[in-house]
Design a protein around this ligand. Structure first.
Ligand SMILES: Cc1ncc(C[n+]2csc(CCOP(=O)(O)OP(=O)(O)O)c2C)c(N)n1
Ligand SMILES: [Mg+2]
Length: 348
């Protein structure tokens, strides 16, 4: 079933300006983070160059007072749009703290997830919980809180993702499956790992509504996500959004795309730059002038500089803390691991 997005209003001029600020701030910080890795400030980073519209656009549609986002390792633009402190976010790339130092409960952003497909299961569990909490009301006044889970074209081939989608379809969980089809799963192009060529087509098999959107068109992504959230809030179950985009950079700072694609292919397949595309729309529609774009860029740069200072000041966390937040009540096995770690690492 194709989701109807036509009832969702176009974005206002003010919304378009806010969206642009998020896109340019994401672009600036993302490009800087790659440079910081090259300079030895960060050990590693997963760039999202080219995916700013998909990320900031989808998160822009969320209601952070009640929704919850479940990211992968590449969702810096989502974190930024949700107002997460970016030093706390980047702490995972500095290897100070796994998953990020931010508080997932207050920010509504689950810890950064490096297990491909892992966040999809968590999102479905959380979303099902919202339905259980609503009880027989089904969909309470104002609708259900919704989860949005991010994953890639590659992750869509993972068994966990199919199980999660099936459960969500059966249970009518209020969850949005947001697939960024960026053309690649590390070195493997989509056509070599997604049978049938389209992730969105799979939704039908699970009785889930779906929509394919131009992931480089930020306002279109906002509207598609708003439509999906509306559908989920009303108790109609999940929606799968396939945002067609392109990973313009390497998979991570330790990857060399030159081993599996040429620069000419990158230029050909990259499509239109989502950031300049939104800038053009703002100018053309009169929603903003060049002075606004310039000040948004300057603001983004100032923010990036603050983040760099914060990252450079970050000290390592005590290693034993890694056992503290696994379970509310640690299991015997976890206690034994913590003891073994202490003996081996701290010799106590
Ligand atoms: C369960 C699991 N299997 C394999 C990996 C190694 N791995 C990391 S990223 C990746 C590719 C993911 O591609 P995609 O889902 O398209 O996301 P993208 O990196 O393009 O954002 C793989 C295989 C992993 N981290 N977790
Ligand atoms: Mg991918």
């Amino acid at each position: 079933m194709d989701l109807d997005t036509t009832s969702i209003p176009e974005l206002t001029a003010e919304e378009l300006r806010q969206l642009y600020k998020l896109l340019i701030a994401t672009r600036d910080l993302d490009v800087a983070a790659v440079a910081w890795q090259r300079q030895g400030i960060l050990p590693g980073y997963a760039p999202e160059l080219g995916q700013e519209a998909a990320q900031a656009g989808s998160a822009f549609a969320l209601d952070p007072t009640r929704d919850f986002a479940f990211p992968t390792y590449r969702e810096m633009g989502v974190a930024l749009a949700l107002g997460v402190d970016m030093v706390e976010y980047m702490s995972t790339h500095k290897a100070s703290w796994h998953g990020g130092l931010y508080n997932p409960v207050t920010t509504r952003l689950a810890p950064i997830q490096a297990v491909v497909g892992g966040s999809v299961l968590h999102a479905v569990g959380w979303a099902h919980g919202q339905r259980l909490a609503a009880g027989s009301a089904g969909s309470p006044e104002g609708g259900l809180p919704a989860a949005i889970t991010y994953f890639g074209d590659g992750a869509s081939s993972q068994g966990d993702v199919h199980e999660a989608m099936n459960f969500a379809g059966v249970l009518k969980a209020p969850v949005v499956f947001f697939v960024q089809n960026n053309g690649w799963a590390i070195s493997l192009p989509t056509e070599e790992q997604v049978a049938g060529g389209r992730v969105a087509a799979r939704a039908e098999g699970y009785g889930i509504a779906s929509v394919t959107v131009d992931g480089n068109d930020a306002p279109a992504v906002v509207r598609a996500t708003r439509a999906a959230l509306e559908h989920a809030r009303a108790g109609n179950g999940p929606v799968l959004i396939e945002a067609m985009t392109y990973r313009r950079g390497p998979h991570s700072t330790s990857d060399d795309p030159g081993r599996y694609r040429t620069l000419d292919e990158e230029r050909r397949d990259g499509g239109e730059d989502p950031v300049t595309r939104l800038a053009d729309l703002l100018l053309r529609s009169g929603a903003a002038d060049q002075a606004f774009l310039d000040s948004a860029a300057a603001e983004a740069k100032a923010h990036t500089d603050t983040v760099r200072e914060g990252i450079q000041a970050l000290k390592p966390r005590p290693g034993r803390e890694m056992f503290d937040y696994v379970f509310v009540e640690p299991t015997d096995a976890l206690k034994a691991q913590a003891r073994a770690w202490r003996e081996e690492s701290e010799h106590v």
